[in-house]
Design a protein around this ligand. Structure first.
Ligand SMILES: [Ca+2]
Length: 251
């Protein structure tokens, strides 16, 4: 491209990068990859309950894993499902934040799943919903997670409940983890809107930034300092880019 005959396009792209100011994850309380058992047996301490009359329930499965060789799955069979998978118990401390995460996908048809926690591994004791996706459509694994902060010391079980979803699609899940989070905030910075493009001389472009706190402690932002120098990144294969690495959130 000949820059002498084409106007330069200046694109701000650094806003789209997540800005992680603090490390996450301090202690893993529970991790299960379902790889040390022979399918369809569930790992020790894990149980299932099937409340549907004809739908399938949770089994360990040796195909379509996220971490090979196994995952855990609820197969489709065209009937409504109400399949519950229960974790072993985990001790939680009051005021401490925990990250409950897992990887999940469908085979091809939309699936509904919720994650709940409760004091005993049975559906009637699962009284707190911490995650819900009522239209799981991703056919490659993606992470689901919830951050919880109990108000009192608790011994809980977590549960994954595939419900309704009367189709032939299967739900696959792997690498379940419960970890205690460091008592520090973690900022995820992202752009929610912008009107970039060609900015003429003396013309102003605007952006709106979003801050999400994915850490284990509250975050107070009193000011945002956008400070030069800005870096114009040169790449002959791409339009000229302008990054803003000096954006600082001041907590
Ligand atoms: Ca696995």
């Amino acid at each position: 491209m000949n820059n002498t005959t084409h106007p330069q396009r200046l694109l701000l792209f650094a806003f789209f990068l997540a800005l992680s100011l603090f490390a996450r994850g301090q202690e893993t309380l529970l991790f299960e990859d379902f790889d040390d058992v022979n399918p369809p047996t569930l790992p020790a301490g894990w149980t299932e309950e099937n409340l549907s009359e004809s739908g399938n329930t949770w089994v360990t499965y040796a195909v379509f894993s996220y971490s090979p060789p196994n995952c855990v799955s609820v197969f489709g069979n065209w009937f409504n499902r109400d399949a519950w998978l229960f974790s072993p118990s985990v001790d939680l401390e009051a005021g401490v934040s925990y990250r409950v995460s897992f990887y999940y996908r469908t085979s091809y048809s939309p699936i509904q799943m919720q994650v709940k926690m409760g004091t005993a591994p049975s559906p009637e004791d699962m009284d707190t919903q911490i995650w819900l996706n009522n239209s799981i459509q991703n056919t490659t694994y993606q992470e689901g997670f919830a951050i919880i902060t109990p108000e009192e010391d608790m011994q809980v079980h977590f549960s994954w409940n595939v419900f309704e979803s009367a189709n032939n699609g299967s739900l696959y899940m792997d690498d379940v983890k419960v970890e205690e989070m460091e008592a520090v905030p973690e900022i995820s910075l992202h752009s929610t809107s912008h009107n970039y493009g060609t900015i003429s001389v003396n013309e102003t472009a605007e952006t709106t930034l979003g801050f999400t706190n994915l850490g284990g402690a509250p975050l107070t932002i009193n000011a945002v300092d956008v400070a030069p120098p800005f870096i114009r990144m040169a790449n002959p294969l791409l339009p000229t880019r302008l990054s803003t690495p000096a954006i600082m959130a001041i907590a």
